[in-house]
Design a protein around this ligand. Structure first.
Ligand SMILES: Nc1ncnc2c1ncn2[C@@H]1O[C@H](COP(=O)(O)OP(=O)(O)OP(=O)(O)O)[C@@H](O)[C@H]1O
Ligand SMILES: [Mg+2]
Length: 263
């Protein structure tokens, strides 16, 4: 069986240095996978590679999305196929309002990829303005976001928590099939964490699979993981259920390292 997202023996180098050293993982729609691991173990490298960041060179292995290798596909093609990434550090774009950004992103997502695969967005009538406004309003209400957000410049002067909420709003609007959330929970107060988790829970179910990269068990109290994976030095070294995240919180990573060393 092929998974919705299937990563096989992935090796990735950044500027000539190997960071991922044989990573395998399968995430299906309807599942929530948590990826944990010490600083520098390669979690963000993995997320960036999934989205096709040009700096990350795949030297071996493969990434299949919906049964098709995506290694040769550009980031925007991957996004249009239904992959989504919430960044650890979202960028600000002064001059571009959040609302126009979301509408452009949605139109690009709705437009089918061009047959020649050059990544160009076909000129096609997008979502009508009124329909988009209604969609935006309902999703912002769901995430308890103030409507004025849509008129502000993208991430410009957004607080840490607001940026994270903005990422979830993008997810709610774009309806990806697989979403990667790189530390979307960092820096959130407890109320914002619940809003983000509720948003993710409302979007999962049959239609969405999520890979949550996190350092904290607390978000996993609200988003129940199907599986928890521990990454050390560019590989997933152990996997388990939700209890593994609790164990890591209580005991740190040294016991995992010792276990790996004694294998
Ligand atoms: N663009 C890059 N240029 C140079 N080195 C990089 C780059 N991206 C990642 N690295 C290196 O790869 C290693 C893994 O980094 P990565 O950001 O993937 O770790 P992480 O597991 O996400 O850590 P954290 O928990 O701190 O977010 C680090 O040594 C980092 O310096
Ligand atoms: Mg990281």
């Amino acid at each position: 069986m092929t998974g919705d997202l299937l990563v096989k023996g992935l090796h990735v180098s950044v500027e000539g240095k190997e960071i991922l050293k044989g990573l395998s993982l399968q995430v299906n729609k309807g599942e929530v996978h948590a990826l944990m691991g010490p600083n520098g173990s390669g979690k963000s490298t993995f997320a960036n590679t999934l989205m096709g960041h040009p700096k990350y060179e795949v030297t071996a292995g493969d990434i299949l999305f919906k049964g098709e290798s995506i290694l040769e596909k550009e980031t925007d093609e991957r996004a249009r196929m239904g992959l989504f990434m919430a960044f650890q550090y979202p960028v600000a774009i002064p001059g571009l309002t959040f609302g126009s950004f979301l509408r452009a992103a949605l139109n690009a997502r709705l437009a089918p990829p061009t047959p020649d695969g050059n990544g160009a967005v076909p000129t096609k009538k997008g979502i009508p303005p009124k329909e988009f406004r209604d969609l935006l309003r309902s999703k912002m209400a769901m995430l308890k976001m103030d409507e004025t957000f849509a008129t502000r410049y993208l991430n410009d002067g957004f607080s840490g928590g607001e940026k994270k909420r903005a990422e979830i709003l993008q997810m709610a609007i774009l309806r990806p099939e697989i979403a990667i959330m790189d530390e979307t929970d960092s820096g959130l107060d407890i109320d914002a964490l619940k809003v983000v988790a509720d948003g993710v829970n409302a979007l999962t179910g049959q239609d969405l699979g999520v890979l949550v990269i996190t350092h904290y068990n607390r978000i996993l109290n609200y988003i129940k993981p199907t599986r928890v994976h521990v990454m050390i030095d560019g590989r997933i070294v152990t996997s388990g259920g939700a209890e593994l995240a609790q164990q890591l919180e209580a005991k740190g990573y040294d016991w995992v390292r010792e276990e790996v060393a004694s294998r």
